[in-house]
Structure formats: structure tokens, C-alpha cells
Design a protein around this ligand. Structure first.
Ligand SMILES: C[S@@+](CC[C@H](N)C(=O)[O-])C[C@H]1O[C@@H](n2cnc3c(N)ncnc32)[C@H](O)[C@@H]1O
Length: 227
């Protein structure tokens, strides 16, 4: 998969892209990530990319010309062009899975008060990473890149973990433990030491259902049906 990121702050991404899973995936050629400075497409003397809003109001708005020029320069017919935006539909694990099957994503990071609405003609979808306002789309792009790229075949060392982790089957993950067996007087649930894998699977599923019911009942289509 290839991801092109259009941003005013390419430096945001450098450490993140070198570390851990992503760094390895890029090293193995499973993932190509290109960062582009939006100012490079500004044609005015000072490379400005923002202006005051028509109709008045607070702050500045990102101008349509450099954004459209940047999108047209990096997008191809098969690209999915995504604007990070607090106004978009919220990113879900299901959407991340769909995006992970695509060959090319172009991520546009907004700044200031957002982007000129006419950019929408060059965008396929908007993505919001949560119900809060960030100061820029970069943190949103990092979240999207992380969530999507670990679902690209070959990126995760142990793809089996995708089957049981949170949000698969509309459930949160069960509680996990590792050594030591007792920490500050608190032990590990007996069942996990039993070696009875069928019983462990059943316990984990019950824990998942209970945890989801308590913390995120909205994830369960029918909170009564899972038992
Ligand atoms: C300060 S925000 C603009 C917020 C905008 N005035 C509004 O009320 O929706 C600047 C940029 O951050 C990004 N952004 C802010 N919150 C976001 C979120 N929850 N998810 C994704 N991107 C977000 C968008 O790219 C946005 O253009």
C-alpha cells in the first residue's frame, strides 16, 4: 500500500514512521509513505496557503488553489483521497479494514479553521478520528495510518491477534495477563492457569461480552444476543 500525506508539517511524521511496526513495514516494502509540503504548491511569493474567511469570523481558512493542485499532483485514478476533518464520519475498525484493501490513500491534513469548502470536489471522503477538535489533521493522519497499516497483510507479525482484539465482532477485548503470576497480592484468574483451552476461550468470550456491555454497550447491536 502507498500513502501520500499532504501537510504543512511533514516533520510531525518522521519519528513515528521510523519506529516499531510501521518502520519495519516500510523497511520490508509493504508500505510506502510519502510526505508532501503543501506550501510547495502555493504560487505566491511568500508561499502562503491561508486567507481570511469570506463573511468574516475567527481565524484563517486554507486556500483552495494549493490544496487542489497538491491533490491533483499526487492522486491517481485508483487513489482514495481523504480529508482529515472533525466534520467527517468517525473512523471505525470496520472502515480501517476496508481502507487497508486499497492500493493508494492520499491524506489531506487541514490546519487553521479548516479548508475552503470547494476542495470537496477533489476529495472522496472525510474522516474524523473522534469527537474532539485537533489543531491539525496531522495527528488524525497518524491515527489513520497506524490503524490501517497494521491491517495490511504481512505488517503484523502475528495476524491471529486481529481476530480477538477490540472491535472485532463488535466486542472489546478480554483482560490480558503475563508474568508475574502474583503482583502486589493480586493474582491471575485461575482459569488462565488451567491449561483447559476450551474453558479459557469461553471465559475470554464472557469477559469480552461483559466488558463491552459495561463500557461500550453502543458497540453491541443487541446486548442480549451474544450470550
Ligand atoms: C482547528 S481544526 C478546524 C476545526 C473546524 N473549524 C471545525 O469546527 O470543524 C484544524 C484541522 O484539524 C483537523 N481536525 C481537527 N479535529 C479533527 C478530528 N477530530 N478528526 C480529524 N481531523 C481533525 C482537520 O484537518 C481540520 O481542518
Amino acid at each position: 500500500m502507498r500513502i501520500d500525506v499532504l501537510t504543512l508539517f511533514p516533520e510531525f511524521f518522521s519519528g513515528f514512521l521510523q519506529a516499531s511496526l510501521l518502520g519495519k513495514a516500510i523497511g520490508k516494502g509493504l508500505l510506502t509513505i510519502e510526505l508532501h509540503q503543501i506550501r510547495d504548491w502555493s504560487t505566491n511569493k511568500h508561499h502562503t496557503v491561508d486567507d481570511t474567511p469570506y463573511g468574516g469570523g475567527h481565524g484563517m481558512v486554507m486556500k483552495v488553489e494549493p490544496l487542489v493542485a497538491a491533490l491533483e499532483a499526487v492522486a491517481r485514478p485508483a487513489s482514495r483521497r481523504i480529508l482529515l476533518s472533525a466534520r467527517g464520519p468517525r473512523l471505525t475498525q470496520a472502515r480501517a479494514k476496508e481502507l487497508a484493501t486499497l492500493p493508494h490513500l492520499v491524506l489531506l491534513c487541514g490546519r487553521y479553521e479548516g479548508v475552503d469548502e470547494r476542495v470537496a470536489d477533489c476529495i472522496d471522503e472525510e474522516v474524523c478520528i473522534g469527537d474532539y477538535v485537533l489543531s491539525g489533521g496531522e495527528a488524525g493522519a497518524l491515527v489513520l495510518i497506524d490503524a490501517v497499516s497494521r491491517l495490511v497483510p504481512g505488517v503484523l507479525g502475528n495476524p491471529g491477534s486481529l481476530e480477538t482484539e477490540s472491535f472485532s465482532e463488535d466486542l472489546l477485548e478480554y483482560p490480558q495477563y503475563t508474568r508475574p503470576e502474583v503482583f502486589r497480592g493480586k493474582g491471575v484468574p485461575e482459569i488462565l492457569l488451567s491449561g483447559n483451552h476450551a474453558a479459557i476461550d469461553e471465559w475470554r468470550r464472557e469477559q469480552s461480552i461483559e466488558r463491552t456491555r459495561q463500557i461500550r454497550p453502543d458497540l453491541m447491536k443487541d446486548p442480549g444476543e451474544k450470550r
